[in-house]
Design a protein around this ligand. Sequence first.
Ligand code: BGC
Length: 269
Amino acid sequence: MAPSDMARLDGQAALVTGASSGIGRASALALAAAGASVAVNYRGKSEEADAVVAQIEADGGRAVAVQADVSKEDEVAAMFAEAETVLGPLEIVISNAGIQKDASIGDMTLDDWNAVVSVNLTGGFLVGREAIRRFRAKGRRPEISRAAGKLVFDSSVHQVIPWAFHVNYAAAKGGLHMLMQSLAQEVSQEGIRVNSVAPGAIATAINAGERDEHKADMLKLIPYGRIGEPDDIGRIVAWLVSDAADYIVGQTIFADGGMTLYPGFRGNG
Ligand code: BGC
């Protein structure tokens, strides 16, 4: 196989959570462009998910919108069942859905904490667990993919960079890091690859307010000199689940324009 063929995903079914917008949407489109059929999960905005499905279909691909709140056990099980009924056994699962509810520590409510941990960390557990159960039931199909299944978590630079005024978010992403590595250690001998992508500041709705008000300050944190685009991450996700990346197991790919280089230390410290 030529190296470029190894990046193809033809004949593989994928599920992307939180795929109606932002990085999830870009990941769904990139997977479809590489040949995968895609279940486009959304929680509330069915029109946005339908638009992603329509775009994939217009480009000659196959997709279906599936509703679920990833923090709800029964909804996650129903989402996987629906995706596999329509698309067949899943080879690829991208656990991407995530939220922010920012507050200083004195003002952070238990609801703010629980909401973020439920979606960003418990959601990763529920989606990851169901993905692995389904990969096991499917087994390895070497004519389609070298691995028996590929699971990618959409983490964040804040799995390592502390983040004042966002302790719920940073704690959830830090937990997601150990969830990913511990899961990878548990299931890689079955041929299941578990990895993460850790984006920096990407132009999506989650940080739209910050980008409007503090873009210059954000850019000071990014040595490469630009805010990322959702496609920057979508392309990496599609490659990471392909056979081209078959030997990457239990790793986090940071895609952050150098944010984790701590650029404030250049000439300082
Ligand atoms: C957050 C964004 C933030 C970026 C860099 C992401 O995980 O969701 O709001 O801009 O990290 O700090």
